[in-house]
Design a protein around this ligand. Sequence first.
Ligand SMILES: [Zn+2]
Length: 397
Amino acid sequence: MASHVEPGSVDELSRRRSSVSTGMSGAYRLFTVAGIDVRVHVSWIVIFALVTWSLATNYFPSVIRGASDVELWVLGATAAILLFASVLLHELAHSLVARARGMEARSITLFIFGGVSSLAGEPRRPSTEFLVAIVGPLTSFVIAVIALGVAVFVTNARPIEAIASYLAVINGLLGTFNLIPGFPLDGGRVLRSIVWQVTRDARRATEIATTVGRVVAWGFMLWGFWRVLNNDVFGGIWIAAIGWFLQSAASAALDQAVADARLRRLRVGDVFRPDPTGVAPDVPLAELVERYMLPGARRSLPVVDGRRVVGIVTLSDVQSVPPERRATTTVGEVMGGRDGLVTVTPTTPLRRAIEALGSGDYEQVPVVDGDELVGLLTRADVVRQIQMREALDGARS
Ligand SMILES: [Zn+2]
């Protein structure tokens, strides 16, 4: 999350597993850079309007004498667009370095608190985490230095000088704010990578970085509260909101780390329900419903040709055919998976299987042992298993 608002910007590299939705809802794609979708969330419009308003009514009138209202608003909007272009460059730096180090960069979303780079896959080494995190603030500092150079050397155009000065200050703040060593800020990721490198324990590193992150977040909330008490109601609420956002992001990161550690030990064989029932492609849908789906309350079945799994048929495949045609339509005509069926084996690590479920947005994948069908792995099985293990862990502590 990289956000950029007055006191700084929050930026989070969201590295969720692909089974969890990677984007924010309510975001719209603007354009694509180097294969990365650049999107804006509806909440971004609020911050864009606030920044433009604040620049047009406070900053520019104080540094440029005698400008008309129209000129002030055009300058305000221009500077606001350049600010968000700076945030975008900061995020692009994270995404491009991540990609160069073997991770997948999917999208960048600008929202009310800044920007989010959505990356797939976990950094496998501390050095990757370090580089991906540090390059964002470094980019902001480089932009600040360039803007400062423009402000110093352009002396005959007051508006350009004023915009460049603003960008120099704001990018300096952006880089500095993001270096605060609390997860999910970039500085927190840098801290995590260093602890990880030293202790060789990624879980421990996450715990330390998120704990510092929560302290930082509570600091922001208290500071915001104090500002409210001192009559800066708007600024105080804003700072507290950033604190609240950081706090929930740090908590989510810790939960994710715990869930990942739990998942790492599991394989498909620990989770799926063995059930070698398959249906042949030439079976009519009416028979599929009567003989296979209703008796076991199965919502989906693997389709087998001899012993080989050739597809998967689901309740919604059946529903896509009108009832009067279900006696004459066969499973083979409606089944999914004909072009590239994803299967897993009982020894597949559960994390890989979850990625497989997420890759095609599948509700289930067939489990095969050699050539032989042994059952189905469903999203519901995975969720139930994780919830049960969580409940048992909770009881122990
Ligand atoms: Zn960043």
